[in-house]
Design a protein around this ligand. Sequence first.
Ligand code: GCO
Length: 447
Amino acid sequence: MTTIQFPNDIKWGAATASYQIEGAANEGGRKPSIWDVFAHTPGNVRRGDHGDEACDSYHRYKEDVQYLKELGVDMYRFSIAWPRVIPNGTGELNPEGVQYYRNLINELLENDIEPMITLYHWDLPQALQEKGGWESRQTIDAFEAYAKAMFEEFGDVVKNWITINEPWCASFLSNYLGIHAPGKTSLQAAVDVSHHLLVAHGRAVKDFRDIVPDGEIGYAPNMGWMEPFTDKEEDIEASKRAMMWQKEWFMDPVFKGTYPEQLVQLFEKNGAVLKVEEGDLEFISQPIDFMGMNYYTGGLARHKEGEGLFDAEEIPLDNRRTDIGWPIYADGFYRLLRDLHQTYGDVPIYITENGACYNHEAKDGRVEDTERVDYLKQHLASLHRAIESGVPIKGYLVWSLLDNFEWAFGYEMRFGIIHVNFRTFERTPKDSFYWYKQLLTNGWFEV
Ligand code: GCO
């Protein structure tokens, strides 16, 4: 047995997102988001699932906070549904929507749990989509006004903020690969959206400095780790190109104030032009307090002419996968964190998401999700190696507190450490919940 001991100052927590857990889609003055429209359009989400009720956390938030308390977390990351607080995307605040988040925040604070708010976890007000959504620069202005309003409402008590969650998903997965809302398949749209999301991030960071001077703000890109299949130069280059799409494209502008030229040209070759206006990169590269990192999977990249945008094919490391089909690559987590530290310097990192999909059901009040515990052990061992190597890790937030609406996969894919019965909304903590609780109590675990 080896004991893996974490430093005392790591913040432990759990994460969720509004559309995935809240439900109450038509209550409290909320209007539709792009995800309501997308999910209600046949063919987009498995089994026609949608977030109308989700985990009903809108009504059960007190119960959920009690689970967080039992777990012993320092921090809870949740997102604000923009269409709940500003139903049309711009204009008046909806007092009922604001009140819901105020109640949730108060409940957390009363239980000694630090809130971390994500401003954008993909539920763009549909009213804005109808005016071009993130393809339009007007949405940047709308986001800035929304962000400012939230900083003003909650900045006195909430000190941890994330602007944009997984900008790669919100741009390329949603507008080029067509898998997430709004379901487009245009590379130009995706490139425009990616840039606008980053400008929106930068503008919000700038405002944050005035409104919440004692707070901390960052964003939460997602990344897999692509290891070259061999040490041949062509495979090394293929893996770099494959990484660049999620890494350099979304990090260089923020940390270096430039886009990676190789990728700008590759997009151009494929007919998509990056349109940067004067001042954009200054906004985007505002210093941030931390980088969020969402890590789930990775693999090997092998050069293959004509494969995808990057002449690279992805080869799984071995046959181990979670139930959603994603290869497990815990060592990639360590390599990625080392690499980010080497590339972008000493910016502190929160693991804003890490977790696994396993679809165990509850039997006699118990969920034996041994595989999830194993996944967490492997990834936390990697995280520990990264910390020991000097990567400045501030905290770790498990995805997710609850089984929830897993986007295009609907309710079929379960990521929670608490099982949710989606008919009765009954919650059952899984074995992984108790394992994580033990880790949080001790600050160490054994492998
Ligand atoms: C995110 C994630 C979550 C997912 C999780 C599993 O963007 O933050 O997509 O919302 O549920 O990554 O896919």
